[in-house]
Design a protein around this ligand. Sequence first.
Ligand SMILES: [Zn+2]
Ligand SMILES: [Zn+2]
Length: 365
Amino acid sequence: MWTRRQVLAQIGLAAAAVHTLDPHELCCVMPAHAQTAGKDLFELKKVGDGVYAAIAEPRYKVNCNAAVIMTNDGVVVVDSHSKPSAARSLYNEIQSLTKQPIRKIVNTHFHWDHWQGNEVYTNANPGVEVVASERTKENLTRPDAGVGGVPYIAKQLAALPGEIAKLKGDIQKETDPAKKANLESNLRQAEEYQKELQSMKPALPTRTVATTTTLHEGGREIQLHVLGRAHTNGDLFIYMPKEKVVATGDALIDWMPFMNDGYPVEWAETLTALDKLGFEHIIPGHGEVRPKSHLAFFRGYFVDLIAAVRKASADGATLDEMKTKVGDQLAAKYEAGFSKYPLGRYRDRVGTNVEAVYLKVVKKA
Ligand SMILES: [Zn+2]
Ligand SMILES: [Zn+2]
């Protein structure tokens, strides 16, 4: 018998669902019945003693995973999803496990789907600290930082009326009842998301770390590692040495990486530094909890992609030719491993990854 997740994955296969974070492209096809109850947003999985991964279910507006760390006198939560309603749903679930307050929110990076729910925790827990790297704090208010931060809320709000109008048009044209129902569900989600963005009261970092820092939280050691640039210029890795768990944000995910705000060459180096830490379990920004061996696979993609784009460029290929050629060339090694979910699949992203490497690495050299 299929699990609900497998059913969702199968249904999602029909959709060109991506995590490019372009507000126009954030769609995926979900059955209407899976949209409602709070528990359908996350699956809380125990990773170690008192350490949980809240694995996000696919949604029209994507949510990140969270790490939930229980301590003797409170809870530390890593990342807060794309909207307050999603954070509230996880917060309620945490409250069913412990009545202790949330002490700290750690944001791994500035992207919209990792911090826009912060306000739920700060409103409900006086004195909660919001912790991020210095660069992430800067990015959260920089107009040109990329796909996240306070200025990006206005950009999303400016794009949503067009997105909603397009969904309405697509619903009118659609004749297949199942596809129509999915579009209607997406429309509802887009309209709800718009309302949430309109009333958002961004909760920004209250504490920053510039270099690797160790927190002692209610008897638990939590290390915040600043290892270099990767998915953004401010990625933070949350490492628990005793439990051998690391939460990586989007610097290490179980989907195809999103490189547009990233640093492909340094990303591989940062992952090499991460590899030196003694952990067994990865709570990634997206996808399921993975064993440490996933790091080598993920890092290998960067090394192979950069080499392939360099070679194709030296051979005189155009960008469009490179996208096809390199995409096909690396498929045998990476397509299956990077296409396990309805979102962030190999073929959804390999073209934009090729382009990112070409612009950021080859052309700049
Ligand atoms: Zn993300
Ligand atoms: Zn991200």
